[in-house]
Design a protein around this ligand. Structure first.
Ligand code: CP
Ligand code: NVA
Length: 300
């Protein structure tokens, strides 16, 4: 039994197979509907944080595949508060066939997986967002017809979304750049994991301080919120630190004219991205959000 917690635990072959499956399931859905591949299966969805895309796309994915999802919000099971994570895992794996969890500390989803007798999917932790990265690879592949050899530049905070995107880029042979202010880059461990995968698959990883330098040869310019869930108390410090890291028309003018813009959402318009760019012709952000559904099906 395998858990889907961190793309570093998976081989490129497995991740390619997931993307191929996502493409096939999307095509099948668009041609009239999916086969009931998960008939009778129940997904337990554990959330310590809010969600729109992850919560709805997993629920709808289960319905399309003939299964059922149960929402377990922070006030319902009190993961690690009302009951230990190990006990929640043991109980929940007696009722459900799959668990998806969105947590604060990454070790919480690891503990859940350790105690579970069914596969656990990471629906976002403070360190990783692997499901998002798979939907992003699907979107990039749809737009460019390939992923290997492309340049993906992430402008902003080097945390969960950037970490999983960098890992995915490396697995699929893309070049990954990150521009972040000092103190907000990827962790050493994440960088090492990305660099190792990049070396194996013909990609690379580069760090910049200047967003313009990172975006200069980019095919994809990606950003995420400057203030992640759980960091609200640091909002004003972070907004000061990230001044100059906005994805806006000026940044796009310095990038190749074919570059596309991506954002995992929710977007804090006027901070990390402008309306003009988010809603502009180069933006893929809503295609990306829809692809969460198709990628989730493949992961499930
Ligand atoms: N991108 C993403 O995971 O969105 P939600 O937080 O709404 O699930
Ligand atoms: N980095 C963001 C991603 C939201 C999907 C957060 O953790 O809040």
């Amino acid at each position: 039994m395998r858990h889907f917690l961190d793309l570093a635990d998976w081989s490129s072959e497995d991740l390619y197979a997931i993307i191929e499956s996502a493409i096939a399931l999307k095509q099948e859905w668009c041609s009239g509907g999916n086969r009931p591949l998960l008939h009778g299966k129940v997904l337990g969805m554990v959330f310590q944080k809010p969600s729109l895309r992850t919560r709805v796309s997993f629920d709808v994915a289960m319905q399309h595949l003939g299964g059922h999802a149960i929402m377990l919000g922070p006030d319902e099971i009190g993961l690690g508060k009302r009951e230990s994570i190990a006990d929640v895992a043991r109980v929940l794996s007696g009722y459900t066939q799959i668990i998806m969890a969105r947590v604060f500390a990454h070790h919480h989803v690891v503990e859940l997986a350790k105690g579970s007798r069914v596969p656990v999917i990471n629906g976002l932790s403070d360190a990783q967002h692997p499901c998002q990265a798979m939907a992003d690879i699907l979107t990039i592949h749809e737009h460019f017809g390939k992923v290997a050899g492309l340049h993906i530049a992430f402008i902003g905070d080097g945390n969960n979304v950037a970490a999983s995107l960098g890992q995915a880029a490396a697995h699929f042979g893309a070049h990954f750049s990150l521009a972040a202010p000092p103190g907000y880059s990827l962790s050493e461990e994440t960088l090492e994991n990305i660099a190792t995968a990049a070396r194996q698959h013909g990609g690379s990883v580069r760090l910049f301080q200047s967003p313009t330098d990172a975006g200069r040869d980019a095919d994809v310019i990606y950003t995420d919120t400057w203030v992640s869930m759980g960091q609200e108390a640091e909002a004003s410090i972070r907004r000061d630190a990230f001044q100059g890291y906005q994805v806006n028309a000026e940044l796009l003018r310095a990038a190749p004219s074919h570059a596309v813009v991506m954002h995992d959402l929710p977007a804090y318009r006027g901070y990390e991205i402008t309306d003009e760019v988010a809603d502009g012709e180069q933006s893929l952000i809503f295609q990306q959000a829809e692809n969460r559904l198709h990628a989730q099906k493949a992961i499930l």
